[in-house]
Design a protein around this ligand. Structure first.
Ligand code: HEC
Length: 103
């Protein structure tokens, strides 16, 4: 049963991920849903909210931004805290997820 549930989740992930590495997108979705979506939403932030949208953005841009927040070369109290707890593979995964979404 467990294996079945996991593989259907992966298939659902794949359906919107197309050629993306499914495992990476799947892990990225978990991070986005549990952490980032509170502010950034999944496809769009709440209207009028001060949070930039992430869906469909350039992957290199998002990756660079997150690494800059993590090493504090880009300053934002909120994002410095959040990115500070992300590993390189967390960043790769969450970027793989967001970059492939349609805005
Ligand atoms: C508590 C709210 C909050 C949460 C949760 C949050 N962010 Fe942010 N994020 C912000 C704010 C505010 C900004 C704008 C900061 C600035 O001015 O640089 C931002 C900016 C960004 C940017 C830069 C976008 C751009 O256009 O330059 C990226 C990338 C980003 N966040 C990714 C993430 C990811 C990935 C997560 C989840 C791991 C996340 N954020 C969670 C509030 C949040």
């Amino acid at each position: 049963m467990r294996i079945f549930a996991l593989s259907s989740a992966l298939v659902a992930g794949l359906a919107c991920a197309q050629s993306a590495n499914a495992a990476s997108v799947y892990a990225g979705h978990a991070i986005a849903a549990s952490t980032c979506a509170q502010c950034h939403g999944i496809t769009t932030p709440a209207s009028g909210a001060p949070f930039p949208p992430l869906a469909g953005r350039d992957a290199d841009y998002l990756k660079t931004a997150l690494k800059q927040y993590r090493d504090k070369t880009r300053v934002s109290d909120v994002m410095n805290n959040i990115a500070g707890s992300l590993s390189d593979s967390n960043i790769d995964n969450v970027v793989a997820y967001y970059a492939r979404l349609k805005p």
